[in-house]
Design a protein. Structure first.
Length: 378
C-alpha cells in the first residue's frame, strides 16, 4: 500500500502524549510539532489512529503544501494536486479554511478559491462541466499560516473527543481528550485506586475506565472515511477486531464523587453509554471532606476555576477547604489537579511538586502535581 502522511491536531500540551500513543500503535514517522503530531502509513494506519487515539482531535490526510501570497497562487497550488487520486467522480468536497497571519485574510474567499480549483481539476479528469457531488463526503481543510498553505482531507468527521457517550453534560464540561491526557499523565493504567472528587458528568472516571480496560474510544462511532471508495471495508473490520483483541478484562477501583446529585446521575448515565458502568462507583460527596481509606492511590480532578469575580472567590474558598482535607489524606496518595487559577497553590496551601501547562480549549491551565510517597500511606 502507498505510504501517506497524516496530521493529528491536539490541544496544546498534549502533543507528547499523542505522539507516544501513535508509537505504541506501532506507526511510523511519528514527530510532534506545536499543536499537532505527524505520522506516516497506509490506510490501515489511518484507521488504527482513528479508532484508538485518546488525546488527538482528528486524523487529517495531508495532500500537499506550498507557498501562497495571493489568490492566484492559491488556485494554482490547489489545482496542481492529484485530487482524483482520492475523490471519485460522485464525491462531495466541502471546504473549510483557516488563515492565520496571512495576506489571504478572507477565509470565505479562500474556501471559494479552493472549491473552484478542486472542481476544475476533477471536472477535467472526469470530463464533466458540473460534478454531481452525490456520493460520500471528502471534507477538504485548508490551513494557511503566514504564507504557507497546507491541504488536507478530514478522515474523522466530528472531533475524536466526541466519543459518543456524553449526550448531555453539566456546565463547562471537560473535553474527553483532555481528561484522557490528565489520566495518562497521572500514569494510571488500571492498577491501584483512582478518585475524582469533582467528577461532574463523569468524564475523568470514564476515560480512566476506558484506559484501564484498554478499550479503543472510537469503536462506538462512525467516520466519513468508512464510505471512501478507495479504502476497503475489510480494513475497518480488521482494525476493529485488532482493537477488541487488545482489551483487558479485570476488576478496577475507580470512584467519582460530586456534591450535585444531578451531576452524579448524569455521570452514571454517561458511564452506561460508554459501557463502563460496572467499573466505576459514583456517589454524592463533598470534596472538602475527601478522606480515602486506602493507604495509597491517585486523585485526578478538575474542580471549578472561578473565571468571574464572584465565582473566583468561591473557587478560592473551595480550594482552601479541599487543601485542608488533602493534608489529612495518607501520604501514599498523589494528586493531579487542573486549574486556570493563577493563585491556586497559595489558596490550596501547598506548593506543587510539578506543574504542566495545558489548555482547556483556549484557556491556559496548569496541571498541579502533588506526588505521594509509595509505601508511606499507612
Amino acid at each position: 500500500m502507498e505510504k501517506l502522511t497524516f496530521s493529528v491536531p491536539t490541544l496544546f500540551g498534549l502533543e507528547g502524549l499523542c505522539a507516544e500513543e501513535l508509537r505504541r500503535m506501532e506507526l511510523s514517522g511519528v514527530r510532534g510539532e506545536n499543536g499537532r503530531v505527524l505520522f506516516e502509513g497506509d490506510e490501515s494506519a489511518m484507521i488504527r489512529a482513528n479508532l484508538n487515539l485518546r488525546t488527538g482531535e482528528r486524523v487529517l490526510l495531508r495532500l500537499g503544501a506550498f507557498e501562497t501570497r495571493d489568490f492566484d497562487a492559491l488556485y494554482d497550488g490547489v489545482r496542481a494536486l492529484d485530487w482524483a487520486r482520492f475523490i471519485p467522480r460522485e464525491g462531495a468536497f466541502p471546504v473549510r479554511c483557516r488563515s492565520i497571519d496571512s495576506q489571504l485574510s478572507s477565509e470565505q474567499r479562500c474556501c471559494a478559491v479552493v472549491r473552484a480549483a478542486v472542481g476544475d481539476a476533477l471536472g477535467e479528469k472526469y470530463g464533466l462541466e458540473r460534478l454531481p457531488e452525490s456520493g460520500a463526503v471528502y471534507q477538504i481543510r485548508l490551513m494557511i499560516m503566514k504564507d504557507a498553505a497546507e491541504l488536507f482531507l478530514d478522515t474523522t468527521g466530528p472531533s475524536l473527543h466526541k466519543r459518543g457517550y456524553r449526550a448531555m453534560s453539566v456546565t463547562a464540561p471537560l473535553r474527553e481528550t483532555l481528561a484522557a491526557g490528565m489520566v495518562l499523565l497521572s500514569r494510571y493504567r488500571g492498577r491501584g485506586s483512582l478518585r475524582d472528587p469533582f467528577c461532574g458528568s463523569g468524564t475523568i472516571p470514564i476515560e480512566a475506565a476506558l484506559i484501564a480496560k484498554n478499550r479503543a474510544p472510537g469503536l462506538e462511532r462512525s467516520f466519513p472515511a468508512q464510505r471512501w471508495s478507495w479504502i476497503p471495508a475489510k480494513l475497518w473490520m480488521e482494525e476493529g477486531d485488532r482493537a477488541m483483541d487488545l482489551e483487558y478484562h479485570g476488576s478496577y477501583d475507580i470512584w467519582g464523587g460530586d456534591i450535585d446529585p444531578q451531576a452524579v446521575e448524569l455521570a452514571r448515565a454517561n458511564a452506561a453509554k460508554a459501557g463502563v458502568e460496572d467499573m466505576i462507583r459514583f456517589s454524592v460527596a463533598d470534596a472538602t471532606r475527601f478522606a480515602p481509606s486506602e493507604p495509597e492511590g491517585r486523585v485526578v480532578t478538575n474542580p471549578p476555576y472561578g473565571e468571574r469575580i464572584m465565582e473566583k472567590r468561591e473557587a478560592e474558598g473551595l480550594y482552601a477547604a479541599f487543601g485542608k482535607a488533602w493534608r489529612g489524606v495518607p501520604a501514599g496518595w498523589s494528586l493531579y489537579l487542573m486549574s486556570s487559577h493563577t493563585e491556586f497553590e497559595r489558596t490550596f496551601g501547598k506548593t506543587a511538586d510539578k506543574k504542566r501547562k495545558l489548555y482547556n480549549g483556549m484557556l491556559r491551565c496548569d496541571l498541579f502535581q502533588y506526588l505521594g510517597r509509595r509505601g508511606e500511606g499507612k
